[in-house]
Write a protein that binds this ligand. Structure first.
Ligand code: CA
Length: 250
């Protein structure tokens, strides 16, 4: 079976796909700031790889496929803007979000950063909380518009949209970002029948190599994570030949 590629999953030595935390690539030449960023992002549930310059960034990025780049603009050698230009020209990385980090506050720089394909722009000094919120907001923006309610409580399930966490009977369940998006989309459209194509459009918008059948793989994985008995699902119902429907069990 062709498994959809996903930046948030890696295949371990045993060939099994494992969930990991989203990886953020950070380029920051000021050591103290780099440490502060790294500490706070890790505490917020991200994995961080820090670089002091952009020299090895692209090679590593193509290998690792990070979820997001956080680029300081003023760097020795290649600056953050130039790095962003390279990222946007690298096919496998071109859709990966970029957030600029800089002491420059001029409107011209802000515009330049966004024109180069940056997704957001954070000026120093920044609060760690703001940084985390902006990163989450950019990552969330990849899938769909945020829903009004931040926490969905459905049966024994709790889906926290802002922290992208899922709990089953108060127990944390690890999901990949795509699994989370799929579950979130189904849950916010609960009671409605959604075809594989609809789900694909909603969750995998810009990923051409994912096929409608891949949805089945994701649904199966989600069932194993959230259903008390995955063979007799209560939440994620199959409508044979049509698609899927999220139901809230009584
Ligand atoms: Ca700098």
């Amino acid at each position: 079976m062709h498994l959809p590629a996903e930046s948030y999953e890696r295949t371990g030595g045993n060939g099994r796909t494992e969930s990991v935390r989203p990886v953020i690539f950070v380029v920051e030449d000021e050591e103290d700031i780099a440490r502060l960023i790294s500490h706070n992002l890790q505490a917020a549930g991200f994995e961080v790889q820090s670089f002091v310059s952009g020299a090895s960034l692209l090679i590593e990025a193509v290998r690792e496929m990070p979820a997001l780049f956080l680029l300081d603009v003023m760097l020795p050698g290649t600056d953050g803007f130039e790095l962003c230009r390279h990222i946007r020209q690298t096919p496998v990385l071109s859709a990966t979000p970029v957030i600029f980090l800089t002491a420059k506050t001029g409107e011209a720089d802000r515009v330049k950063g966004l024109e180069l394909g940056g997704d957001d722009y954070i000026t120093k000094p920044f609060s760690p909380r703001e940084l985390v919120a902006r990163i989450r907001s950019v990552l969330r923006g990849l899938g769909q518009a945020p829903v009004a309610s931040e926490v969905l409580r459905l049966g024994e399930l709790e889906i926290d949209v802002s922290s992208m966490t899922v709990q089953v009977q108060g127990r944390n369940v690890l999901t990949t970002v795509r699994e989370f998006r799929l579950l979130e989309y189904l849950a916010t459209h609960r009671g409605r029948v959604l075809s594989r194509d609809q789900l694909l459009d909603a969750v995998w918008k810009e990923t051409p190599f994912v096929t409608p059948r891949s949805i089945d793989v994701y649904i199966r994985r989600l069932r194993e994570k959230i259903e008390p008995d995955p063979r007799h699902p209560q939440y994620l119902k199959t409508l044979r030949g049509i698609g899927y429907r999220f139901e809230v069990p009584r």
